[in-house]
Ligand binder design. Structure first.
Ligand SMILES: NC(=O)c1ccc[n+]([C@@H]2O[C@H](COP(=O)([O-])OP(=O)(O)OC[C@H]3O[C@@H](n4cnc5c(N)ncnc54)[C@H](OP(=O)(O)O)[C@@H]3O)[C@@H](O)[C@H]2O)c1
Length: 329
């Protein structure tokens, strides 16, 4: 079995969670970390038992021994950092939101094709047991025809205009950070909506801190999404079918619960507590694809990332959310 050398781009909070999950995989070697500041990189390397550390992302990308780079920088930097790694012919797993908009995502995918290098959006849900089981139950017709989905993700984040969550220059706002999950629920279970209406409220920094979205489908199906840094709305999705409902939720520790409530029957409960907060699934998928010589994952194909970014673009356009760093398309 080939062992892949991973490089970690940033020494931030998500990078720390990801490297803990990477340690569960026998074919992954935690090889190097790059941060903007060498002292942070050194500290992170020491804490996680990583051999090499660099004080710039450029040096990490240029290390010829690195096979795969995991990118966990702020949203507005995903384009720049992905392009840097692809141009150095590294396989890339880039955190959500994959890019600021569809134009950036399309350019990243085009570069991956040009370099003939693997690129994947680090979308957590498609690999999780709760999503897979929900999809199976839906396809088996357990709740009959799907009529409506109601999905939300909200927690109270202390307001700090400089934090990436509230800083528009960094791609801040609840939509790309957490709203992307309920929006993904709609795409994953119902497909691309035909109509979008959205209303956002904004923090002092100009970043949106709550957003309410209604999706419509020509089929007559509907969906509603809410995300917020202002209220503790939890992380839950309800799929309403003609014969019953499916409700799944997760904790901030990524533990997952699913309830199947078929009309007239006792509800069935399932719970899942994946190791490594479930982040090892996506890392394993990258290495499985590389073993098979693939440049994209069938689990999160480039077309899926583009479809998701496109819905987010439509929502932002409806809600008046504009990022100063967006490139003209
Ligand atoms: N999949 C998931 O479940 C999940 C969960 C949480 C976050 N995420 C995603 O992971 C990514 C990082 O999130 P995080 O919570 O780890 O963020 P974070 O800790 O606030 O920041 C991550 C890194 O970004 C760089 N950074 C921070 N502020 C910056 C600034 N003002 N200007 C330039 N660079 C800055 C720093 O890199 P250096 O270390 O190099 O200084 C920092 O370590 C985001 O895309 C987020 O959406 C995913």
């Amino acid at each position: 079995m080939k062992k892949y050398k991973w490089g970690i781009l940033t020494a931030g909070k998500m990078s720390a969670k990801f490297v803990r999950a990477l340690k569960l995989l026998h074919n992954a070697e935690l090889y190097a970390v790059g941060a903007r500041d060498i002292s942070r990189a050194k500290l992170f390397a020491g804490e996680h038992g990583i051999k090499k550390y660099y004080g710039s992302y450029e040096e990490l990308a240029a290390d010829t021994d690195v096979d795969i780079i995991y990118i966990a920088s702020p949203h507005a930097s995903h384009f720049e950092h992905t392009m840097l790694c692809l141009k150095n012919r590294k396989a890339v797993l880039c955190e959500k939101a994959f890019a600021l908009d569809t134009a950036e995502a399309a350019a990243m995918i085009e570069e991956a094709h040009r370099q003939n290098v693997f690129l994947m959006d680090a979308l957590w849900p498609p690999f999780q047991p709760v999503y897979r089981q929900t999809k199976d139950l839906l396809l088996k017709g357990e709740i009959g025809r799907l009529i409506h989905i109601d999905a939300r993700f909200g927690f109270q984040a202390p307001y700090d205009a400089a934090d990436r969550k509230f800083n528009l220059m960094l791609g801040g706002g609840s939509l790309l950070d957490i709203g992307i999950y309920p929006v993904n629920d709609i795409l994953y279970f119902m497909g691309t909506p035909d109509s979008v209406t959205a209303k956002a409220t904004f923090a002092g920094s100009g970043a949106e801190h709550s957003i309410n979205i209604i999706f419509g489908f020509n089929s007559g199906q509907t969906a509603s999404v809410f995300s917020s840094f202002r209220v503790s709305a939890g992380i839950e999705c309800t799929l309403y079918g003609e014969n019953g409902n499916l409700v799944f939720s997760r904790g901030r520790d990524m533990s997952q619960r699913l309830t199947l409530a078929v009309n007239g029957k006792k509800p069935e409960e399932h719970s899942f507590i994946p190791e490594g907060m479930g982040y090892h699934y996506e890392a394993a998928e990258v290495m499985r694809c590389l073993d098979e010589g693939k440049t994209e994952s069938p689990a999160v194909p480039h077309s899926y990332s583009l479809a998701l970014m496109n819905i987010l673009d439509r929502v932002r356009s409806e809600a008046g959310i504009v990022f100063p760093k967006q490139r003209p398309s």
